[in-house]
Design a protein around this ligand. Structure first.
Ligand code: ZN
Length: 143
């Protein structure tokens, strides 16, 4: 049992279940409460973004800090099979960058919400509100 932390495993299982991860559900309900309307997991768009707000020409990715390498405290690396994990992580990060670039080329605004940022929903709501209603740069907070 070297490969996944319990948290990573439950995230993976949530993903497989297709119902969205807990952080993703938190962002969805927040956006909904803010009166924003969206579609989910649009496979026609690069990277099949988790949340698509067509009216705002914006896509939202809710990234797990572990899988997408946020660099925060939750960005742990398994102690064994390091090389295997490193390759996996590198591939994820490269794919994210590629998808974001393609989406921006298509004229979409790309908003990344990190899993650890969904722990403070008040702060997150303020940021999302600034972005959607006041046009504030949504740049993701650095860890
Ligand atoms: Zn994080």
């Amino acid at each position: 049992m070297d490969s996944l932390t319990p948290e990573a495993r439950s995230r993976l299982m949530a993903r497989i279940g297709g119902k969205g991860t807990k952080p993703e559900l938190a962002v969805r309900s927040l956006l909904h409460r803010m009166g924003l309307r969206f579609r989910l997991h649009d496979r026609m768009l690069p990277g099949s973004p988790d949340i698509v707000l067509r009216r705002h020409r914006t896509v939202v990715f809710v990234h797990g800090c572990f899988w997408h390498r946020h660099g925060c405290r939750m960005t742990t690396t398994p102690k064994t099979r390091k090389e295997f994990w490193q390759q996996k992580f590198d591939a994820n990060v490269a794919r994210d960058e590629r998808s974001e670039r393609k989406l921006e080329e298509l004229g979409w605004r790309v908003l990344v919400v990190w899993e650890c940022e969904t722990r403070d929903l008040i702060d997150l709501e303020r940021r999302l509100g600034g972005f959607f209603f006041q046009g504030v740069d949504p740049s993701s907070t650095k860890p």
